[in-house]
Design a protein around this ligand. Structure first.
Ligand SMILES: Cc1cc2nc3c(=O)[nH]c(=O)nc-3n(C[C@H](O)[C@H](O)[C@H](O)COP(=O)(O)OP(=O)(O)OC[C@H]3O[C@@H](n4cnc5c(N)ncnc54)[C@H](O)[C@@H]3O)c2cc1C
Length: 285
């Protein structure tokens, strides 16, 4: 196993171009290591890879608030937003999700970018970022020239653990628009109220850009529920969770696994949506 520790972003991109430029993931970026090292040391052979440790790259740090945006550097952790008073008022679902991710040890090491790049359908940071219309900034180097690309997080996932990110690209930052949010709600259902992997989760946001309903643990990827969003835009009367069932069914593709059944996930998502929206949505009775 080799460990590379670049101190600049351009050095990191050069290393990725040299090792991963042919489309192979020979060199694995590592940020907090909380996903990558979950099974270490029980399954050491899984970790016999070469790693690119990002932790010394100052350019990847920081949480920057501007008048109309928030930019999270790729090394920004959950803890940084939990401690950020502006976040509590401007984009509170980020704090709510962060506080329910693992415990303090994970919150202080785990990064928002790592949550995105790990590609888990159960990721709790991703639905909230997606509901706020986050954009992922990717960076790479080709023939000595820096290449930058932006991908809306809603378009980032192609399938289970499949992403619009090449092995020679790094997430440099995540940018969220700052705008008035008329309604927002984050719900996470697990087998207990802390330290639980999500069985069903949802982030809901309503702004001038429209409704965003994003669910996790109910499909091969975290997913926008566009049929439910359309139903909310059309103000179709909803009198019970059953009235949402058909729309929910169209949007998700849950499975039976050790944590719960597909039927449970469908029913619980419809109930979460109904009871969350009943408070604020005139079409709900
Ligand atoms: C005990 C425990 C509890 C947990 N609880 C939760 C939970 O409740 N909810 C939840 O969502 N997650 C949970 N996790 C998972 C994990 O903590 C999060 O997904 C975390 O955000 C991962 O970030 P990281 O910086 O540790 O990523 P790493 O482990 O360093 O990397 C994860 C993946 O992202 C890639 N990567 C990292 N940074 C970049 C970058 N800048 N560019 C490109 N690729 C990159 C890595 O190559 C790897 O594939 C838990 C993990 C543990 C061990």
């Amino acid at each position: 196993m080799a460990l590379f520790l670049p101190s600049t972003l351009s050095e990191a991109c050069e290393l990725l171009a040299a090792h991963n430029g042919d489309g192979e993931s020979a060199l694995v970026p590592i940020a907090g290591g909380t996903d990558l090292y979950t099974h270490w040391p029980q399954r050491p052979s899984e970790h016999e890879r070469d790693y690119l440790d990002l932790s010394a790259i100052e350019e990847l740090r920081g949480v920057v608030w501007r008048k109309d945006s928030l930019t999270l550097g790729a090394l920004a952790t959950y803890w940084e937003l939990i401690q950020d008073r502006t976040c509590w008022s401007a984009l509170p679902m980020l704090v709510q999700a962060a506080r329910q991710i693992g415990a303090v040890q994970i919150q202080t090491r785990g990064t928002w970018a790592g949550n995105i790049a790990n590609g888990s359908p159960a990721a709790d940071g991703v639905p909230v970022l997606m509901a706020y219309d986050a954009v992922v900034e990717l960076i790479s180097t080709k023939e000595g020239k820096e290449e930058r690309e932006e991908v809306a997080l809603a378009d980032f996932y192609l399938g289970y653990k499949q992403m619009r990110m090449r092995p020679d690209q790094l997430i440099r930052s995540i940018r969220l628009p700052r705008r008035p949010i008329l309604f927002q709600r984050f719900e996470k259902v697990g087998s207990r109220s802390a330290q639980a992997i999500t069985k069903v989760g949802v982030a809901i946001a309503r702004s001038a850009a429209g409704w965003r309903v994003v669910a996790n643990s109910v499909a091969p990827t975290v997913c926008r529920c566009r049929t439910v969003e359309a139903l909310l835009e059309e103000k179709v009367p909803v009198r019970s969770p059953a009235d949402l069932a058909a729309a929910v069914d169209q949007d998700i593709a849950p499975i039976d696994d050790i944590r719960s059944t597909a039927r449970y996930r469908r029913q619980v998502l419809a109930r979460l949506l109904y009871f969350a929206l009943r408070e604020s949505c005139p079409a709900f009775e």
